[in-house]
Design a protein around this ligand. Structure first.
Ligand code: HEC
Length: 274
């Protein structure tokens, strides 16, 4: 019943979004806001929760060539500790010798514990529109949901963590590519938007706090969960730059910077996006 209601609303929304006449904008935005409000009033209607459940099953199921579960995966708070782990990421992991965000760490655990090949894990790691989020994304949705209600509290005290934030800030502001865009071109002003989409004001801590803790998020327009690594790929595409590798130093640095900006912000994952 609830899902049927969501489907109907999603179809309605897709139709509404395709109207481009400026006169329609205000009405459409109101409609979308109403839709968001309905979903917020009934948090259990967020379809992303199904992916969190799938992720939990994946976490506990023996998988990969080594046929072991991820229950010995150390997300920073000790092997198998999931509650609150996401709230303190990205962080430096001594065993890997590098800073990792949640998704990079999940790749690491799948590779080192379960024996999956790294190259396979990062080949087409994100779903197309309408496809469910891939396994690593479902795992990320599960782990992040176990920090929901907490605050983003990564410490960024280790020199490598500081280095990652600094690199992320540099990348955020650096213009490049055929359009000469930086992240800052679209995300460094309050109230900016593209067509009907308000752009997160990520250059300001207040703006970042509002949105960063909502990822991974269920995206109504593509009917699947989108993770933060996937979000970055989409923005790189908008900049007409080559797709960054999942879990790479570059993506982790940007996520470190965004998370530092949003420090103290509420985690409400999986969130809900247009
Ligand atoms: C050409 C403009 C443009 C550029 C440049 C751009 N983005 Fe985005 N960004 C968008 C759009 C459009 C959205 C999605 C808005 C929507 O779907 O409602 C978005 C969404 C986001 C979000 C989610 C914000 C939220 O509301 O939850 C993050 C985080 C983000 N971008 C990060 C980045 C980073 C990091 C870079 C640089 C690597 C970047 N963006 C570059 C246009 C851009």
């Amino acid at each position: 019943m609830k899902l049927a209601r969501i489907m109907l609303l999603a179809v309605g929304m897709a139709a509404a979004v395709s109207l481009t006449a400026a006169a329609q904008d205000a009405d459409t935005e109101k409609g979308i806001e109403k839709y968001r409000q309905m979903l917020r009033e009934d948090p259990w209607s967020n379809p992303g929760l199904l992916d969190a459940d799938r992720g939990e099953t994946l976490w506990k199921t023996p998988r990969g060539p080594n046929k072991v579960s991820l229950e010995k995966c150390d997300l920073g708070k000790g092997p198998g500790k999931v509650d609150g782990a996401f709230a303190e990421m990205p962080r430096f992991f001594a065993d890997a010798g590098r800073v990792m965000d949640l998704e990079a760490r999940l790749l690491w655990c799948q590779e080192k514990l379960q024996g999956f090949a790294h190259a396979d894990l990062i080949k087409r790691p994100h779903p197309g529109g309408g496809q469910p989020v891939k396994d690593t994304g479902a795992l990320a949705t599960y782990v992040a949901s176990k920090s929901s209600g907490m605050k983003l509290s990564a410490k960024f005290a280790h020199p490598k963590e500081k280095e990652s934030v600094a690199l992320g800030e540099e990348l955020f502001n650096r213009r490049s590519g055929p359009f000469d865009f930086a992240c800052a071109t679209c995300h460094a002003e309050a109230g900016k938007r593209i067509r009907l989409q308000p752009l997160g004001f990520l250059a300001s801590p207040e703006g970042a706090k509002k949105v960063v803790g909502e990822w991974p998020a269920y995206r109504v327009s593509t009917t699947n969960v989108m993770t933060m690594q996937h979000r970055l790929v989409d923005c790189y595409w908008q900049m007409r730059l080559p797709e960054p590798e999942m879990g790479s130093e570059l993506t982790v640095a940007l996520i470190s910077f965004l998370t530092k900006q949003a420090s103290g912000g509420q985690i409400s994952a999986p969130g809900l996006k247009r």
